[in-house]
Design a protein around this ligand. Structure first.
Ligand code: GAP
Length: 515
């Protein structure tokens, strides 16, 4: 976190006013890192879907993109289930005004289980109060153990809440909706209430019919979208991991319902085959942009973890330093059946059916009668800001032997700075040669990221600065360059240096950046 602040990756939002819990801004390097991750996703999901692989039906994967609004009609969230179901049960403390997730509150009780009428001490996860509460409990009971608050019968009049002085200040659990609300227009009343979207997915579902009616797409195909979502998380924490404003990168991939598949297709192109295809490709994708270590896992949900409408779900999880040895979700891939489109059909009264002219009975003229159905959906839903956090954690490397004891090993594709050019000394015409190379590289690679020029300080310090920013290659112009037209290229990860002809630099970099 301190490197992120010091080098301009991530800042606290409104920091000069003390920050605002659950909101983070990106500085110059972080903004580029995030842009590169989003661009890589758009490139590989929409422009060249799944790297040109064919889907389980043997056809190239088809994908289009939309850009829908943060504020949708409030009925969207009624239909999606977010108004009624997007809740966490919370308990409030009347004394400290603290609010805690019911299922996070634990209590220290005597190890013997016998508290009599003495107070017991509540704490929440890794909050600072945990140690203090344990101390107080140990003073009273000697050996203590912790149990969930829910294990104690209500009213909790002997429970001392985290940070509280008096017992009995916790309320019973109450539902707390995670959606932010707002009021568009001048009249601020309940009837005009709207919500900030808690996911980008519903914007895709409600426009799906417009997309297939006005574009030359046919099922199976996907609609992709990236953009901000908002959740009034009760306990935002772990740096940007759980934020109240964050960006998502979501795909809704529409497939033929199993009952409309015929013969061979039942096994090769059924929704489960598409689900497995996306699950495996999304995992390979995260690995391809630098999350290649054993910190990344794919976890298939157990049957009892599945939402009622889902037949299969898996999570791509990353071992963040603060979740370690556990893992935190980076992306979920879910087979959602036709739940969402059916809900919107029911609530809007608009038919959300796709007319598939390649199916149905064969007519005397050899063509098909066509069938109409509500497509099934495979949803790979990733967090963009969480992806950035995983890239930052994975890249962060400590090496006390180097001039920069901390450096960032970004994959060249996402690295904010792609290359740097240094004149070894500020004389003998070296800066002019370096500037020429810098201009050439900037022109060719500027669309991918920054190309830096640095002539200040000694060369070791310049390398160290670039290492911290995660710049994969530095090119140094020295006196020999003037004699034999070669430069030194230094590799960030190994620190090794080699000589290369100056006119080969752009080609070398192009290859390394996968241009
Ligand atoms: N449409 C499905 C959906 O939104 P989700 O699991 O709630 O599913 C998808 O969210 C992804 O969005 C998560 O895997 C995570 O990467 C990201 N995400 C969710 N809540 C977040 C939060 N509070 N802060 C940052 N990222 C979040």
């Amino acid at each position: 976190m301190s490197l992120c602040k010091r080098r301009g990756f991530v800042y606290q939002t409104s920091e000069i006013y003390g920050g605002i819990n659950g909101f983070w801004d990106y500085g110059p390097l972080g903004t580029l890192l995030k842009r590169n991750l989003r661009e890589a996703w758009i490139q590989d999901v929409v422009m060249n879907p799944c790297w040109g692989k064919v889907g389980p039906d043997g056809q190239p994967v088809s994908m289009v993109m939309v850009d829908t609004r943060i504020i949708q009609h409030p009925k969207v969230w009624k239909a999606s289930g977010h108004v009624d179901g997007f809740n966490d049960p919370m308990v409030d403390c009347r004394e400290t005004r603290g609010r805690y997730r019911y299922d996070h509150v634990q209590v220290f009780v005597p190890a013997s289980g016998e508290a009599g009428d003495k107070p017991v001490f509540a704490y929440v996860g890794d909050q600072p109060s945990e140690k203090a509460q344990r101390k107080k409990a140990e003073k009273l009971f000697g050996e203590v153990k912790s149990v969930m608050l829910s294990a104690l019968p209500q009213p909790w009049d002997r429970v001392i809440a985290p940070e509280a002085e008096k017992p009995g200040t916790l309320t019973e659990p109450r539902m707390f909706n995670l959606m932010f609300d707002t009021v568009p227009g001048a009249i601020r009343d309940e009837a005009n209430k709207a919500y900030l979207r808690p996911e980008t997915a519903q914007g895709i579902f409600v426009q799906a019919k417009n997309v297939w009616d006005t574009n030359r797409v046919r099922v199976p195909f996907g609609i992709a979208q990236t953009g901000p979502s908002f959740r009034n998380e009760v306990t935002p924490r772990n740096f940007t991991f759980r934020s109240r404003e964050f960006e998502q990168m979501e795909i809704e991939f529409f497939v033929v319902p199993p009952e409309h598949l015929e013969g061979e297709e039942k096994t090769t192109a059924d929704p489960i085959a598409w689900y497995k295809f996306f699950r495996d490709w999304r995992m390979a994708w995260w690995q391809s942009i630098g999350l290649g270590s054993e910190n990344l896992i794919l976890r298939e949900h157990e049957k009892d973890e599945l939402a009622h409408y889902s037949q299969a779900t898996s999570d791509i999880e990353y071992r963040f330093p603060f979740t370690s040895p556990g893992f935190g979700e980076l992306e979920g891939i879910a087979y959602r059946g036709n739940f969402d489109l059916t809900q919107h059909q029911k609530h809007s009264g608009t038919k959300m059916e796709f007319r598939d002219t390649a199916r149905g009975d064969i007519l005397p003229n050899g063509s098909r009668r066509g069938v109409a159905y509500i497509p099934h959906v495979i949803e790979p839903s990733a967090g963009l800001d969480r992806g950035v956090l995983a890239l930052l954690c994975e890249a962060y490397t400590k090496d006390e032997t180097r001039a920069s004891p901390e450096f960032m090993k970004f994959h060249p594709r996402v690295a904010p700075i792609k290359a740097a050019v240094f004149p070894l000394m500020d004389k003998d015409g070296l800066p002019e040669v370096a500037q020429k190379l810098h201009a050439e590289l900037k022109k060719r690679f500027g669309k991918l990221g920054m190309v830096e020029f640095d002539e200040k300080q000694n060369i070791g310090k310049r390398y160290a600065r670039m290492d911290e920013a995660g710049c994969p290659f530095c090119f140094t112009i020295d006196a020999d360059t003037l004699k034999d037209q070669t430069v030194t290229v230094r590799d960030r990860d190994t620190g090794t240096q080699q000589r290369m002809a100056i006119d080969k630099v752009a080609g070398f970099l192009g290859e390394k950046l996968g241009e």
